[in-house]
Design a binder for this molecule. Sequence first.
Ligand code: GLA
Length: 352
Amino acid sequence: MTGATRSGPLVRAVAPGRVNLIGDHTDYTGGYVLPMALDMATTVEGRRGGGLVHLVSAGEEAAALVPLSPTGAPVKDPPWARFVSGVVSALRPTEGLTGTVTTTLPVGAGLSSSSSLTVALCLALGAPGEPRQLALTAQRAEQAGSGVPGGIMDQLCASAAIAGHALLIDCRDLHVDPVALPEEAEVVVAHSGLSRRLSESAYAVRRGQCEAAEDLVGPLRDASEADVATIADPVLRRRARHVVSENRRVLDAAAAMRRGDLDAAGTLMTDSHRSLRDDFDVSVPELDRAVDALLAVPGVTGARLTGAGFGGCVVALAHRGTMAAHGADLGLRWWVVTPAGGATVEVLDRLD
Ligand code: GLA
């Protein structure tokens, strides 16, 4: 059938990774987050047509081959094909795609390389570009592909990002409020050296604990510290305390960014790390050491783990020029990143 199939247009879709400045493990209880898109991205380029998504990736030995058939079982092999399969089942495209995937993102670093793949692939397969709708489709795809009940932050950041800005996202109604990064700010991403093991069970367990806390005190988004204090179970109380305090820190950090107060924003980021470490239990020694190493650099105002935790990267806020002056001494792999715009798709030709 494929040989006889009319070819559709050649398309190229690009979606960025993200770093979350503050607000982790808040999205799936409808809280606040403040991510920014990275100038590192995944590109899906290919020709639409046929009844199959057939992609090769520079970083993967085996191709992903996923039939569009709605009755087909999820494709699990090679492992990266799970995300392709997830997109096909979430989007149900009417025509396939034959092409390539390339990325400038480090994989397994907690910078949302998988969300950048699912968002780019949704666009390449013809998904509508409205950011919320696109993000919700990509989220369903990623949950199906990874088996992790992830929130909406990564896909919505990749879809809705605005160059030069972080996004204050209200994960209850998906309202996105751009926050300009102060001219004086430098955002640093550093790899802890430990490849992220987004332990599927640990993420799902944390999410389940938040839901158990909500059964006791109602939505954490609306809960007060006094409500949290009524939770008898010490573990659930700490989990809830993180979420409630983190939502407050996100709003305070966005306000501090808007007035250009890097010291206040940085302090909130460091407080966030302590809360994720002590109350939410998602840090590991490598992340704590990377945070401490960044906090020791003159000019850095705050640092924290970013994303789910358990390894991968940390993020720091600094005064401009900090890493040029002191980065050589850090002893970690690092990048100074600037906030990029959101995902795009272009039709490169219309041959058929
Ligand atoms: C992962 C998930 C996000 C979010 C973060 C933690 O990146 O994909 O939805 O929950 O963890 O903030």
